[in-house]
Structures are given as C-alpha cells and as structure tokens.
Design a protein around this ligand. Structure first.
Ligand SMILES: *[C@@H]1O[C@H](CO)[C@@H](O)[C@H](O)[C@H]1NC(C)=O
Ligand SMILES: *[C@@H]1O[C@H](CO)[C@@H](O)[C@H](O)[C@H]1NC(C)=O
Ligand SMILES: *[C@@H]1O[C@H](CO)[C@@H](O)[C@H](O)[C@H]1NC(C)=O
Ligand SMILES: *[C@@H]1O[C@H](CO)[C@@H](O)[C@H](O)[C@H]1NC(C)=O
Ligand SMILES: *[C@@H]1O[C@H](CO)[C@@H](O)[C@H](O)[C@H]1NC(C)=O
Ligand SMILES: *[C@@H]1O[C@H](CO)[C@@H](O)[C@H](O)[C@H]1NC(C)=O
Length: 666
C-alpha cells in the first residue's frame, strides 16, 4: 500500500467511453466497449475483455485509488524473492512503456505451492521505494500474465491495460484491439490530439517470446488492404469502406504473424487501391500521412504510406507490414530512411488481401530493427525464407552498382560511393558499375528483336496493373456498388481513375503481350544478370551455401526534397522502365538500406533539415534472408545505423510542426 505521500500525488481521472447500448423493444443489449482513464496523467484504455479473476481479501485494496469500480494493480508471476520485487518493478519500467510505478499499490503475487507466507498471511505490506509501500496479496491464479491491470473491485476480474498514444502522423485508419475469439474490434478511445486517431498498445509484460511465439508482444501496424476478421477495410476508399461488411476472416499472411504472437494494433493508410499518389491533390478520400523527417512537411511516399510514416514516427510501434507492387514499400522506406523489403515474388499467399496485380504484388515490412526484420520475415514467409541468424553466410564477392555517381563531389554522392565500397569491402570483393542496357543489347533474347529495355518494357507495368486491377477489383466493386446504390458509381481518386481508364483503352490481348514482355525480361535477368548460385557450404553446418551470384545496388533516396504541398500536376500513367522496376518484373528480393542523411534547406523552415539517403540492394530470387543478414552485419560494423524515430533518422529529435500536443499527454 502506498504511503500517503505516494497516493496523494496520484490522480486517477477518467473519460467515459464505457457503455454501448443497443435498445430493442424486447431486451436491451448492453456491452462494454472498454474504458479510458488517466493514471498520473498518462492515458490508459481498460480492455473490455477480462484476463481472469483473483481474490482480493476484504480491505486489501482500500487505499488504492479507483474510478467507477476499477483500480490499478499489478500481477507478478515471476518467481522472485520478496526482497527483489522492487528491482523487478523498476526493471519493468525500463522495458515497458505501459507499466508505471502507480500500478504497484497492490501486487498480486502467485505463490509457488508450499510458499513461505501464504498460509499465515494473505496480505503483507512491502516497501517498494524508500517512500512507497505496497500491499502484496497472495494469489493462486497462475494463468494471468505478469503486468499492469485494472481490477473490477466488485468481482475481482482483471482487465488488461493499453497505453494510448496520439497518431499525430495520421498514419492509421482504424486502431484495433483483439477480441477473445481471435478477431478484432475498433479501439473505442480518443485522447487529445488535433484531428488524429488514438492508438492503443498492450503492455509488453504480458508476452513472453518462445520458440512457438517468436513475435510475442511485437506491435505491428497493418496496411489497410489486408483483411482482418471483424474489421471493415477501406483500401484507401471511403465508398469501399461503407459498402462492404466487416471481413469474417483474417488472411493467411497476417494470421501467421498473429499465430507467432504479434499484436496487431491497427490498420494503416494506403494510397487509394495501392496506386501511387502524391500528398497534395491526389489524396482526396483520405489525408496523406505526415513524414516526420526534415521539416515535417515532406511527402511520405506511397502506397504503404502509413507503414513508413508510423515506423519513422513512433517508438511504441515495432514494425509495419505493407505491400510492394511497383515500389510501395521501397519508396516510403527510402524516403524516411528505414529498412524495408520487397521480397521474392510468391513467398506467401495473398488471399484476403486487396489485389493491385497478383502477378507483381508482394507483402513486405518496414522496420527499424534488422533483427526483428529477420524474425518477422521467418514467420511471414515460413519455409520460403532462410533465416541466417547464427549462420555465417557466403556472400557473393561481386557488388554491382546501377546509376551510381562516379565522383563524390556532392555529400549525397559521397554517402552512396562510401556505402558501395563498404559493402564490397565487407564481402571481400569489389564494387563495379553495371551497364544493364549494354548487357541487354549483347545478350537479349531473340524474341525481343532489337528493342531496348525501355522500348520493350515501357508500357508493361502500366498494362499489367491496370488490366489486372480493373478485372479483379474495380469491376466487381462497381457492380456491388451499383446494386446497393440505385445504379450509381462510387467516388474514385484521380490516380486510380486515370490508370483504370488507361487499362480500358487497351485491347484485351494487351495483358498477355505485357506478361510476355515481363517474362522475357525476368528470364533474361535471372539467367544473365543475377542468377542464383548454390555452392556447397565450405566450413561445416554453421556456414551456408552461397545463394546469389552478386549484389546489385541502386539509389533509393537521395535527400531530394519532396514537399507535400507540391502541386505535381494531374497524375500520369506509370510508363517507362528504370531500376525500381527490376525486382518488380524479375521477382527478386529488393531491400532498402538507410545509408545516411544530408542537410537540405527547407522551403518551410528556411534552415537546413535532414533528409535521408538510401540504397536498394537486389539479390537473386530466394535469397531474401541474405539481405537481412547483410543489414545486421553492416549495422554491427557501423556501416549502417539503426534508424531512429523523429525528425532525423540518425539523431532522432522532436518532429517539427507535428500536430497534437504530445504523445498521450506526456
Ligand atoms: C533486473 O535487471 C537486471 C539487468 O537486466 C538483472 O540483472 C536483474 O536480474 C533483474 N532483476 C529482477 C528482479 O528481475
Ligand atoms: C464468410 O463470408 C463469406 C462471404 O460472405 C461466406 O461465404 C463464408 O461462409 C463466411 N464464413 C464464415 C465463417 O462465416
Ligand atoms: C512458398 O512459395 C511457393 C511458390 O511461390 C508457394 O507455392 C508456397 O505456397 C509457398 N510456401 C509457403 C509455406 O507459403
Ligand atoms: C573477409 O575476409 C576476412 C579475412 O579472411 C574474413 O575474416 C571475413 O570473414 C571475410 N568476410 C566475409 C563476409 O566473408
Ligand atoms: C530495329 O529493327 C527494325 C525492324 O525490325 C528496324 O526498322 C530498326 O531500324 C531497327 N532499329 C535499330 C536501332 O537497329
Ligand atoms: C512509352 O509509352 C507512352 C504511351 O504509349 C509513350 O507516350 C512514350 O513515348 C513511350 N516512351 C518510350 C520511351 O517509348
């Protein structure tokens, strides 16, 4: 129990978001949607779903402050000596942003059978800090995970606690909490913040990593094109959100993450139907998220916009899953100076995921921590991913660069050249420029005639995505919408509508022509430029076979200002062939590495603000794990730094001009 000094300094306020009632003539259906409270000025959400009951002896909670029948308490399942409880709780505050000392007025300690004091004494007072004491209550419920809870005093039921944060970057579309039947429901909470949603994260203390649950407690944001059971999806379109009921199933890709213990904390923004959009003018249905880097008014990239902006903004979010067809992960990752991957094509089913183009769509991550990147990839891609944790991989000794500068006159050019040389030195090899066009003219397949790559592939991407998305998504959507709305059409943003019209302008056979063009390139590239290799391991079982014949580097982000207030002109059709299209067509893994930052004078602030320089690295198809291992080893060598949240990916720092008044009121 707290001393009087401890408890008077505490304030437990509340905002009521408690009762959702549906009244019918016969009976009322009353359910809790959860409860929002503040504890020492920190906003918390009390889950409506109980974790179980404990027995609190009469009077044992009297000195704990409460609101409408709930009081903050702590559960300790760890086998600790009484004398070590204080250290344990101090340790918790260091590893968990949800736990704070104010939960420790009453501590339920599960006693091993035959424990020292439970027969004689059910409640004991212990000293937690020099001036704070707690009621230590003996508990027999060993099923409730350690951590902070709110207890319903009348019943002894314990309810899990979420800490609430302001989504000041505007990255989320629907914050979620899990329901006990394995589905999700919207988080019904709102804390102060200007026009922003509130996101809840569960205490990290509830989860323990095991071999079966390698992602236990990992907080994940999910692009709002993945369907989750119990949740309505938007695909970045309001008419879509309103037309369709909540999904009754979670697709296999996200289910794998959940089964491994990941905590899905919400759906995140996508540009509409995953087509690339610029912040000004293109984002009509929803507002583009805020890129926290530099002056805070840079475009976040698209289409996995919420994924990139959130991972760059929030240290309370661990990882986001997006999708990449033509650069939708690589773009946001590069611009915001984060790790991000477009995997080899086809590693995991995309059932119950909105299609842009099944021929080219891939699910990938945006993340700060390269070790979590590996663990999450191993879960998502299953047997199709080879984790090289604790292995010494055989790296290819050839490092090619595409479109790299030759002289390091400008600071950004120097970062690129230094990175290429550092990678080459790390693999004990050399870096050399690759001239894709001349390789092509020397070795191109006869079917390609004398076409250059740009001639052969100019319309290939635009044709495949528009033909596939109109048939698979737009046509059934329009039919369903017309049936529900007296033959009306829904609103569609300018970019998808212009792209779809391009698809309609093409003859039906254009798709098969485009698929042939893609296959010609893919076969050529995977044979002549980046074939997989499969040498035998040299030094026993800890060494792996070489996987990729080379690594190919190209520029992902060059600290170019991309002001979000720029009127870019009407959207165009994505014609042309350049480096970003290589992995899209060839199906090879393509991962973004943040390599540094450059100060660029902001048109908003008038002073230099930091923008990211990033490099994309290609490996042969199937060598996804090699790229993640490379990221880890380059971080260990100090070549690459683990990105931070905030204005600068290198130095962190307060996000400039961010909306809202602070994370959860802190
Ligand atoms: C607290 O953390 C320290 C450092 O990680 C560890 O050595 C110690 O065992 C922990 N104490 C308890 C009681 O968990
Ligand atoms: C989910 O919805 C689909 C489509 O409406 C339906 O066919 C299926 O039976 C439903 N499944 C469950 C488990 O309700
Ligand atoms: C692995 O990839 C293959 C080829 O794309 C696919 O058919 C298979 O379903 C994938 N395996 C798993 C476990 O997802
Ligand atoms: C490069 O060579 C050094 C010296 O032989 C060796 O220790 C190191 O493991 C090699 N690096 C890689 C990535 O194989
Ligand atoms: C490519 O071939 C076409 C006919 O097949 C010919 O008209 C054209 O001049 C050739 N172009 C080049 C650059 O060789
Ligand atoms: C690519 O195709 C578009 C549309 O047909 C055309 O306007 C453009 O000139 C083409 N570019 C090249 C390099 O062939």
């Amino acid at each position: 129990m707290a001393t009087s000094a401890g408890s008077t300094s505490r304030s437990l306020g509340l905002s009521v978001l408690f009762l959702l009632a549906t009244l019918t003539t016969t009976s009322a259906q009353l359910a809790s949607a959860g409860l929002t409270v503040t504890l020492n000025n920190v906003y918390y959400f009390v889950s409506p779903f109980s974790s179980g009951k404990v027995n609190a002896p009469k009077g044992s909670l009297d000195r704990v402050p409460g609101v409408i029948g709930f009081k903050p308490v702590t559960v300790v399942q760890d086998r600790v000596a009484q004398a070590d409880i204080s250290t344990l709780l101090t340790n918790w505050t260091a590893i968990d942003d949800v736990y704070q000392e104010a939960f420790s007025d009453a501590i339920f300690l599960t006693e091993p059978s035959g424990g020292k004091w439970h027969r004689s004494l059910e409640v004991t007072e212990i000293q937690i800090l020099p001036d704070v004491s707690s009621s230590l209550i003996s508990s027999k419920n060993s099923k409730i995970p350690s951590g902070p809870y709110f207890i319903e005093v009348a019943t002894g039921s314990l309810y899990p606690v979420y800490r609430l944060y302001d989504d000041f970057a505007g990255a989320f579309t629907e914050p979620l909490i899990p329901t006990p039947d394995g589905r999700f429901q919207p988080l019904s909470a709102k804390i102060p913040g200007s026009s922003s949603l509130t996101v809840g994260v569960p205490s990290r203390l509830y989860f323990t990593k095991t071999a079966d649950k390698p992602l236990a407690g990992v907080r994940v944001g999910v692009k709002d094109i993945y369907r989750l059971a119990g949740v309505k999806g938007s695909n970045g379109n309001r008419a879509w959100y309103n037309l369709y009921p909540p999904s009754n199933i979670t697709g296999p890709a996200i289910q794998r993450l959940i089964d491994a213990g990941a905590q899905i904390i919400g759906l995140q923004k996508t540009s509409q139907f995953a087509n690339g959009e610029f912040a000004t003018a293109d984002w009509v249905d929803y507002h583009s998220p805020f890129n926290p880097r530099g002056d805070g008014y840079q475009d976040p990239g698209s289409s996995s916009s919420g994924a990139g902006a959130s991972v760059a903004s929030y240290d309370w979010l661990d990882i986001a899953i997006g999708s990449d067809t033509g650069g939708s992960i690589r773009g946001p990752a590069g611009i915001q100076g984060l790790f991000g991957n477009r995997p080899s094509h086809g590693l995991v089913s995309l059932d119950h995921v909105m299609p842009l183009s099944p021929t080219l769509d891939t699910p990938g991550f945006i993340v700060r921590d390269p070790y979590l990147w590996d663990a999450a990839s191993a879960v998502l891609y299953g047997k199709n991913y080879t984790s090289l944790a604790h292995k010494k991989p055989a790296y290819p000794k050839t490092v090619y660069t595409l479109g790299f500068p030759t002289a390091s006159d400008k600071p950004a050019d120097k970062l690129l050249i230094d990175f290429a040389n550092a990678v080459a030195s790390f693999v004990n090899g050399t870096a050399a420029p690759l001239d894709l066009d001349s390789k092509w003219s020397a070795t191109r397949p006869a079917e390609a005639g004398n076409a250059t790559l740009n001639q052969l592939l100019n319309t290939t991407y635009a044709t495949i995505i528009t033909k596939e998305q109109t048939a698979l998504l737009r046509d059934p959507f329009y039919r369903d919408y017309a049936a529900a709305h007296a033959n009306r059409l829904p609103f569609i943003n300018p970019t998808p509508i212009i792209r779809w019209a391009y698809g309609d302008s093409l003859p039906a056979e254009a798709l098969s022509t485009a698929l042939t063009e893609q296959t010609l390139f893919k076969t050529w590239f995977n044979t002549h430029i980046l074939p997989p290799t499969n040498s035998t391991p040299q030094n026993g079982p800890s060494t792996t076979a070489e996987c990729s014949s080379s690594l190919i580097l190209y520029i992902s982000a060059l600290a170019d200002a991309g002001p979000r207030d720029l009127y870019a002109g009407p959207p165009g059709i994505p014609f042309g062939f350049w480096d970003v299209r290589i992995s899209t067509f060839a199906g090879v893994p393509d991962s973004v590495f943040p390599v540094g930052e450059i100060g660029v004078v902001s048109e908003v602030t008038g002073v230099e603000e930091k923008l990211a320089v990033a490099v994309s690295v290609l490996a042969a198809r199937g060598c996804d794990g090699l790229l993640v291992k490379l990221a880890q080893e380059l971080v260990e060598r100090g070549v690459v730094r683990v990105p931070r949240v905030g204005a600068s990916g290198l130095d962190g720092g307060e996000v400039l001009m961010r909306r809202g008044w602070g994370e959860g009121g802190q």
